[in-house]
Design a protein around this ligand. Sequence first.
Ligand SMILES: Cc1cc2nc3c(=O)[nH]c(=O)nc-3n(C[C@H](O)[C@H](O)[C@H](O)COP(=O)(O)OP(=O)(O)OC[C@H]3O[C@@H](n4cnc5c(N)ncnc54)[C@H](O)[C@@H]3O)c2cc1C
Length: 458
Amino acid sequence: MCPAITADLEVRRAYEADASGLRMVPDAVARPSDESEVVEVLRRATVDRRPVTVAGAQSSTTGASITDRGILLSMRGCDRLVDIDPSARTARVQAGALVSDVKRAASEFGLTWAPDPTSEAESTVGGAVACNASGPRTLWYGPTRAHVRGLRVAFADGRVLDLRRSGLEKNTAGYLAAQDPVDWFIGSEGTLGIVLEAELTLVPRPTAVIGLAVPFATECAALMFVAAARDAGALAPRCIEYFDADAVAIALSADHSRLGVGEGASMVYAEQAVESTGTRDGVLDAWLALADTRQAYVDAIQVFEGEAALTRARAMRHAVPATMNERGARARATGGRKVSTDWAVPYHRLTATLAAVREMAADAGVPPAVTYGHAGNGHPHQNYIAGDAAELERIEGVVERTLRHVVAEGGTIAAEHGIGKLKRRWLGLQLSPMQLDVMRALKRELDPSGLLAPGNIL
Ligand SMILES: Cc1cc2nc3c(=O)[nH]c(=O)nc-3n(C[C@H](O)[C@H](O)[C@H](O)COP(=O)(O)OP(=O)(O)OC[C@H]3O[C@@H](n4cnc5c(N)ncnc54)[C@H](O)[C@@H]3O)c2cc1C
C-alpha cells in the first residue's frame, strides 16, 4: 500500500464528518505531506479504479468533503506558504494552508487575501477555491474567484498541470467557457482535479475601518435599511450583514454585551473603510443619517473601531453559525440535524422573498429558521434545526419550496457553500438540462473514469 494511505478504522472515523451533519466512513484515508505523495495516491487509485474524495479542513456544510466510497484524501499536511511577493501583491501557497494563516502572513506586508469566509480559521485555501468561498466582505471584494491568479492541479490519473490566468484585456479566441481553465476548478468541489497550490492575488489592507451595529424593531425595517444602504451613492460599505432576533440573541451571548434595546430586535452590521479622521466623521454621519430615516433605534447604535473591536464584531458574527452547528449536532441523537440554506436573490428582492419564505415554514408547521448573513448581497443563511426524522422531512419540503421561489425571483440555490451531496437533488431547479450536460461533458473530459469526489454536484 502507498505509504500515505491507511485503512485503520480509528483514522477513517476521524474523517467521517464535516459540518453538514452527515456521517460517512471512507474505505481508506490518505494523508500526503507533499505533492509527490498526492500524485502517488492518485496514480494508485486510478490503477485500482478507487474513487478519491479530497478534503481540506472539512468545514463543508454540504457533505462535499466526506465519502463512503474509496479514499478520503486529506490535504491538511500540504500547508506551506511557499512565497509572498509584496511588490507583485501575490502569494503562492499549498492547498492545505488555512485561510487565516495566509491572511496573517500577508498582513505583515500591509496586504490581505480578500476572501473572508467566517470559517477562515477552520478552512483551507483548497477548500475556498473548490467552493468559490465568500464572506461578509465579498460585498466589496467579490468572491474567491476574483482573487486567484493561478492554480497547480493534479488530475485523477496523477498528471500535474500549472494553470495561469492570461490577464488579457481583450480576447475572442473560442468559447468563453474554454478560455480560462483556472475557472473550471474554482467551485468544482473536488470533482475535476486536486488543487495542489494556488497563486493568490493580495489587496492592500485598509488603513482604518469603521463598523456599526444598527438595531431595528422589525425584520422588514432592517432589510429595507440594507437595500437603502446599497443604493445610497454616498456610502461604500465593505459588508452589510443581517441578524434576525434569534441570531441577535446568539451573537450577544457570545459577546457578553447588550444591544441596548428590548428583546426581539433585529440588527444590521455594516463596515466601511475610512482613510482619515475627516473621512471617518463624514462616513459615520452618513450612516447615522440613513439609519435615522429608516426607523432604526438610533440611540442604541454601536460603533466598532480598531483591530480589537472589529475582531470582537467578527467573533460575534461567527458565533451564530458555530452555535447553530452545535445545536444541529445535538439533534443528531434524536434523528434530526441542522438544515442550512445559502440561497440568494438580487438584494432589492430580499425583503419580500424572506417574508414569503417565512410564511412557507409557518404553513408547514416548521419552527422558524434562525436567519442571518450577507443581506447586502441578497444572501441570508437560514438555519433550521430538525428535532427528528419527521421534522427533517417537513423542513426539507419547505427548503425545496423556498428554492423554487428563489429561482423564480431570479436567485440562486447556492451562493457560497456549493452543492456537495446535500443540494445535488435541487441543482436542476436552477440549471437547465443543457447546462447540466455541458458540466457532465467537462467532467468526462477531465475525469474520464469518474473517480473524483463521486456524489458531489452531479
Ligand atoms: C461555522 C461555519 C461558517 C462558515 N462560513 C462560511 C462563509 O462565511 N463563507 C463560505 O463560503 N463558507 C462558509 N462555510 C463553509 C466552509 O467553511 C467553506 O465552504 C470552506 O471554503 C470549506 O473549506 P475546507 O477547507 O473546510 O474544505 P472542505 O470542507 O474540506 O471541502 C470542501 C470542498 O472542497 C473540496 N476541496 C478541498 N480541498 C481541495 C483541494 N485541495 N482541491 C480540490 N478540491 C478541494 C472538497 O472536495 C469539497 O468538495 C462555513 C462553515 C462553517 C462550519
